[in-house]
Ligand binder design. Sequence first.
Ligand code: SAH
Length: 240
Amino acid sequence: MKLQNIRIVMVATTHPGNVGAAARAMHNMCIGRLALVDPQCPIGDIAYARASGANVILDNRETYADLRSAIADCSQVIATTARRRSLPWPELTPQEMAESVFALDDSRQVALVFGREHSGLSNDELQMCNQMVCIPTNPEFSSLNVASAIQVMCYEIYRYQTTPYAVPAPSGQDLPASSGEVEGYIEHLRQTLDDCGFLNPQQPEMIMQRLRRLYLRSELTHNEINILRGILSAFGKQRD
Ligand code: SAH
């Protein structure tokens, strides 16, 4: 799936500032195609001001009379909604949405559809979509500004295509610390904490076990161990 095949569809948007902010969010995330369905506001100075230089997105916008024509050539149409419907709709998280979009081949066109500021998407419009995405939020306050919702969705797509959720490999020389290096550091830490009287002599292991868990969880690298040991040595020298 290429980013050029993904379009953002805004249905009956009433505030030009939201269209501008959406253009900015899209351009930040390298998504260029904006389709406006029955816009309820002029796309003029206010929209361009909020686009903050993402003029190219607004200049190339497409306008359609209804959702059906905006998505006619799309094989994947993804609705976004803050509200959970009673209808048994297949509902994805933004991350699952990105995964499903990138599972498609380059010939497919994808639309991400965003609703009205006041009432979202109608049930008829939802019926035209084959997936629904809900951005997880505070359950008591679940409705994002439409441009913010567009930002989140475009970010998920951009992030997926740059790093498909792979854990970044340690760069260059900085390899993961070996178990021996971690153990050496923990021993050095124990010695330092003991010397400065931080450990309870009756139960030194209690705190050390918790610290050990903390460091093992952190997936330290070789260079990070060197930094941590350097800090301990500097403290040690100061005490000498
Ligand atoms: N009161 C409306 C809120 C619309 S917000 C309603 O209840 O539907 C405008 C648009 O922003 C929504 O139609 C949807 O496209 C998007 N949006 C807002 N919050 C969202 C969320 N939590 N998850 C996904 N999309 C959201």
